[in-house]
Design a protein around this ligand. Structure first.
Ligand code: ZN
Ligand code: ZN
Length: 238
């Protein structure tokens, strides 16, 4: 069934060639001109959203001093605002229209952003895509974060550790809850299998979008408890 839907999508890609999500020009999912005109926001603190200078005064998304005891996340990278088109459209087309090739476009946008801000990960880093509960992954047919993570892992030459972080409880979608209730909804939803794979490692936790941050925070807590050294949270948009 999953193989069939993947095949179907590849056929659809052939039948409907890429169209720029912003100007509708044919050829690419995001044409060069529209890519250049994207509004990128500098890396900010995960907790309070303030710019947080790193080395050589370049903001690198480190959690600021006053937020450090409130979050398990060491640094946060998220180039775009979710309300801005066309990034929202690209994420939507990947997730709900199943245009898998868009994961490469999004990974490339992340990569160029990291290069611009000279963001480097330590040698012992691993990338972990935000897992979906197995039931939801079966319904959707794929995990969008895993696709983006695979593409980014290839570019950065950093190993990907999928299957280490698991979503053991199929929680209701966070969107159904008010901000204050989201943390409560997600607590206990994750577990770590094979903790030895992340012991003393920097984990790059990748999700497509950060809303309140509760899901990333809970995943980070579980990974830290299982022995991870530092957690970087990376999303395309927030
Ligand atoms: Zn365009
Ligand atoms: Zn802060």
């Amino acid at each position: 069934m999953i193989t069939f839907s993947l095949l179907k999508s590849e056929i659809l890609d052939l039948l409907f060639p890429p169209i720029c999500a912003k100007c509708q020009k044919e050829g690419k999912f995001l044409c060069n001109l529209c890519e250049k005109s994207l509004i990128r926001v500098p890396p900010k603190c995960f907790g309070c959203g303030k710019l947080s200078p790193g080395t050589r005064r370049i903001p690198q998304g480190r959690t600021c001093l006053s937020c450090r005891d409130k979050t398990y996340i060491y640094a946060f990278i998220s180039p775009f605002l979710y309300r801005e088109e066309p990034v929202r459209e690209l994420i939507h087309n990947l997730k709900y229209m199943r245009v898998y090739a868009i994961s490469n476009v999004l990974a490339k946008l992340l990569y160029t952003y990291m290069q611009y801000f000279t963001i480097l990960f330590p040698k012992n880093s691993v990338i972990i895509p935000m897992p979906l509960h197995s039931r939801r992954e079966r319904t959707r047919g794929f995990n969008q974060s895993l696709l983006i993570a695979k593409s980014l892992a290839d570019t950065l030459d950093i190993p990907i550790c999928s299957g280490v972080l698991r979503r053991t409880i199929n929680t209701k979608p966070q969107i159904e809850f008010r901000a204050a209730e989201r943390r409560q909804n997600i607590i206990g939803a994750f577990s770590v299998t094979l903790p030895e794979k992340i012991k003393n490692k920097t984990v790059i936790l990748l999700d497509d979008v950060k809303t309140t941050g509760s899901t990333l925070e809970e995943a980070a807590r579980v990974l830290k408890d299982a022995g991870a050294k530092k957690i970087w949270a990376i999303t395309i948009a927030h």
